[in-house]
Design a protein around this ligand. Structure first.
Ligand code: AMP
Length: 137
């Protein structure tokens, strides 16, 4: 699928719009979801231009999942998470709303998670969770 470089995560990667970042290196960025499905909902995205997991090259896929694991460990430690849902939606048909591949880390359970991309979170709480996760990284 053709990559639209005006999508919201592409703008975050170019620092054209703000994000509450918790981790960044040359290949990957992790930041807080602003419509969290649970406290501490974090997104991990490769910087490579890919719409879905199916479009992502194997090297970036492998590297990104290592960062997903690193951030998941930090979330567990920072928020005393008893469980973390790892979610990846590939394609509009799956419910994907932002066309840049990303991994959701939701410290919750599949039964208790709030609805997807439904309601803006409390920005002060989100920032406080980000500080805790950063400190645990
Ligand atoms: P998906 O539907 O899997 O593409 O997920 C997109 C996610 O991005 C949703 O959970 C949204 O809440 C989240 N989101 C949308 N815009 C932003 C933004 N500007 N900053 C952080 N998260 C966002």
């Amino acid at each position: 699928m053709a990559y639209d470089d005006q999508n919201i995560f592409a703008k975050i990667l170019r620092n054209e719009i703000p994000a509450i970042k918790v981790y960044e290196d040359e290949r990957v960025l992790a930041f807080m979801d602003i419509m969290p499905q649970a406290e501490g909902h974090t997104l991990v995205i490769p910087k490579a231009q890919a719409v879905t997991l199916l479009d992502l090259n194997a090297e970036d896929a492998a590297y990104t999942i290592q960062v997903v694991q690193k951030v998941a460990r930090a979330i567990e430690k920072a928020l005393d998470a008893k469980g973390i849902v790892l979610m990846q939606l590939s394609g509009e048909a799956a419910g994907q709303t932002v066309p840049h591949v990303h991994f959701h880390l939701v410290p919750s359970s599949i039964q208790a998670m709030r609805n997807h991309a439904a309601e803006m979170g409390d920005m002060e709480k989100i920032k406080a969770n980000a500080e805790k996760i950063k400190a645990a990284l």
